[in-house]
Design a protein around this ligand. Structure first.
Ligand SMILES: [Fe+2]
Ligand SMILES: [Fe+2]
Length: 335
């Protein structure tokens, strides 16, 4: 993947420096903070690029930038903006005793699922172009599916660690590369005539989509936020099975077969199991082991649900206006 095009003053300055050898990043790039940090394309793309240095990096960026102190300082400024905006948008759920963590998570999820028109639209009414847009948005996370939560493995112990590894082993295909969920998603993209290479559509997704991935990396890269990361994973797993059934049904309605629907079909089954493991064996046990993390577990889940809600709202409102939910240029088909 190559560095995307800049979207504003932060990315213009940051990407200009990243294209050169690792060094200083003065003056501070993030002043004053963007007012709408959760949706701001410039801020979210800058943060995404900083995080990406810890995943696969960019072909045109020196790997030495990853631990460059000046880069980490910029990342911290961006995280303060993002974290502050999250804190304003997501009220901290009331803390409960560890034995009630599972039901508290279920309560948060039930509240979020009451309002979920996107998956129903994709099942019943979306046309092929809308499905392709949906898949382009999702590709930002699904082509590295599970990677952000893997950061938590060395930070956990005992039962919660075993539970997370059990989930991740499935996400990574149980030792079979072609069964990795990221690979199943790539097959969906290819089947829909899209480019399945990593990061191919980074230039096409708005800030609200990048925020969905950035919140996982924010929780994943800070050990102090391991509780929030566990709760985030539980929220993903607990809101996966039913929508994925609808996505698969929508694609079959449009005439697609198992080569395209496998990713979604797989999640109907797998996540019905994963949600039990994530809520009980990971989150409830982590709360029992480290009670001080209980509030963070629930907050992480609430953040996952809120960034997803905002993203789905963006997509549906654009479609209701007869507009694309992506950034400008037309979708590039796979060559
Ligand atoms: Fe998965
Ligand atoms: Fe899963």
């Amino acid at each position: 993947m190559r560095l995307p095009a800049p979207r504003g003053p932060i990315t213009a300055a940051l990407f200009d420096r990243l294209a050169g050898p690792p060094g200083d990043l003065e003056p501070p790039l993030v002043t004053p903070p963007p007012a709408r940090a959760l949706d701001d394309g410039d801020l979210q793309l800058a943060l995404f690029a900083c995080y990406e240095l810890h995943y696969r990096g960019f072909d045109d960026v020196d790997d030495g930038w990853e631990w460059q102190p000046a880069l980490l300082a910029v990342r911290l400024d961006l995280e303060r903006c993002f974290g502050g905006a999250l804190a304003r948008a997501v009220p901290r759920p009331p803390v409960v005793p560890p034995e009630r963590v599972r039901s508290a998570l279920a309560g948060l999820v039930a509240e979020a699922e009451r309002e979920a028109p996107l998956s129903q639209h994709l099942q019943r009414a979306a046309d092929l172009e809308q499905f392709r847009e949906f898949v382009v948005h999702r590709s930002i996370y699904h082509l590295k599916e599970a990677d952000p939560h893997t950061w938590a493995i060395p930070r956990l112990d005992g039962g919660p660690k075993a539970a997370l590894v059990e989930i991740q082993a499935d996400e990574y295909g149980g030792g079979r590369a072609e069964r990795m969920h990221a690979e199943l998603f790539r097959a969906t993209m290819t089947g829909l005539g899209l480019d399945g290479s990593y990061g191919a559509y980074l230039d096409r997704v708005p800030g609200v989509t990048l925020a969905v991935s950035n919140v996982m990396s924010l929780f994943g890269l800070h050990r102090a936020r391991r509780g929030a990361l566990a709760g985030h994973l539980a929220a993903l797993e607990m809101t996966s099975s039913a929508p994925n059934r609808r996505y698969g049904a929508g694609l079959r309605r449009l005439g697609h077969g198992p080569d395209v629907t496998r990713f979604f079909d797989e999640h109907v089954q797998a996540d019905a199991v994963h949600e039990q493991i994530a809520a009980h064996d990971l989150c409830a046990r982590l709360a029992a082991q480290e009670p001080s993390l209980t509030g963070d577990v629930l907050y992480g889940a609430a953040c996952a649900l809120e960034v997803e809600r905002r993203w789905a709202h963006h997509v549906m409102s654009r479609w209701r206006q007869g507009r694309t939910s992506l950034e400008e240029a037309p979708l590039a088909a796979a060559s």
